[in-house]
Unconditional design. Sequence first.
Length: 666
Amino acid sequence: MVRITTWNVNGIRNPFGYQPWRDKRTFAAMFDILEADIVVFQETKIQRKDLVDDMVLVPGWDCYWSLPKHKKGYAGVVIYTRQSVCAPIRAEEGITGALCPPGSTTSFSDGPQDQQIGGYPSQAQLEASLVDATTLDSEGRCVILEFPAFVLFGVYSPANRDETRDEFRLGFVDVLDARIRNLVAMGKRVILTGDLNISREELDTANAEAAMRKNGYTAEEYMSTPARRMFNQLLDGGKVLGERDQGREKPILWDICRGFHPTRKGMFTCWEQKVNARPGNYGARIDYVLSSLDMKAWFSYSNIQEGLMGSDHCPVYAVIKDQIDVNGEMVHTLDLMNPQGMFMDGLRQREYSTKDMLPMSGKLIPEFDGRRNIKDMFTRKPPLAKSQSTATPLASAEEGEDAKIDEIVGLSRDQIPQADLPTAPLANGQTTVTETVPPVAGKKRSSAPTSTNRPLKRSRSGVSVQAAPANSKGQQSLKGFFTKPTATAQVSSAAPSTTQEIEVQSGAGPKPGLEAAIVIHSNDTESLTYQKDREPIDSTTPTSPPATQDPDGSTDTLSAQTSPFKKGVDMEDSDKVHDPIQSKECWSKLFTKPAAPRCESHDEPCKTMLTKKSGMNCGRSFWMCARPLGPSGAKEKNTQWRCPTFIWCSDWNPNLPTTTTTTTTT
């Protein structure tokens, strides 16, 4: 069987909290959870420059992208196909055929006949949309794949946001309808999947009555809104009031999920996140898997996966049987889901290869072409010279390479053993400070000293100062701003040396507060210690602590390595020292959030929201009940759902008695 899943992920990094550069989970693991063979994602919200290996080079999968041409982090559609099950024979981007294949200046509709999917809208059909073809396909809203069995549409239809987008939205739906009808007229089967942003009827939305009241619609007018009317004329069993429009006299698609659940209520696929409507199932069904009418008998089941989190939508899937009836003959599904000769009676005859890749394949994007996965970055080796032998040296170099790669991949720069990193030779006579890195389990460290390739800064006295290590945590708290630790650094040299005292001229040493490792070019110096705001001293010779004089003339003797903030220092003797504890308390009081009021029905802390609706209250914050919205979509008293508590933040004073708190219901 072949399972097709569609999902508006609201950002391709969102599902399961997935972040490819941090998380070890892969897209292949996500597909295993979906148990799908064809996965259609909408609203990927990503640009080409942000694509990473884990999104494109998925082992065992191919992908076909449509990304917005102008807007950044907007819309976007991608279709993934499992190579062991199916392989398309043609792929296109956009619904009009006006775009060009990768690396070509010829549009899909003007390309060679054997490379066209077909069904392109006529000039008259395009003119009826009021939006030109290039503009309709500029937002990355459609990918079309053709298999021998059918043509698959992955679509993200524009939403009904405001009047400024009405022409674009209606034009997109109109041209999509024309393209599908043209393909069916050619004798091709069609499967339409994706977020169409249209609910069929009252059964498919929880706020139908509220929407009618808000817009002043009657039930007939609600069903006759332009986009909904066009959509229902496309569907078998769709509610169409009055005579059908010209060119849409017959329905051509079947709503698969509704076909298996004809009377099911609350079968919603999208919920409003701002009001936390998902727990109460106050949503709408706007995501679909639709098929040609002659494919009804092909499907064994269809449903939604409302329990799968990661987006404000949930996946919808449909399952195709193993054996399907094609013109009265039973044919194995795999035979019709792959190029001719790849399968016969459901048995593979040849393996999928790079020759089967289409120009639209994501693996042929220049940044990913010729690569398999991230390990290739470490396993690639330069070609050997003709005279170089490939005997023992090469074999020993390759021994255990996979284990070495597994250790390195995923580690940060400071976690990788330095023996495994490239090093650059330094000038003769220069001594460097080597990093101390804990050994990796199961891996032997080289005993030979290595040097880092980090640049050194040279002071006027000839002392080279190396920047603080990359793994330094820096300031971690407000207290750290006032209590910077005193830094000391020691320098070692491989050559035999004697201890000597080095006098640093004024301005030649490190600046006060500089935390750095110091490299001495002199070979007869073994160790040297710099202290903040002090002259260098010989670390092997005990010195008496300097005396400091207070403004009143009294003196205080401190250790050479004692910080003014360390234990034992009289903080009251210095008017220039900030108390970190007192400062922290002051800042804490300043930034502490006020205590939240409690809602009237549940006596639970409220949450704050910001008014974004235009008007006199735009930008004002308010408190409201933190519970999710109920199935009715209204605020309810004495129930488990959101209660009517509403308080403007400017009116709330936690120091006043509760009885004086103003609470209004809306």
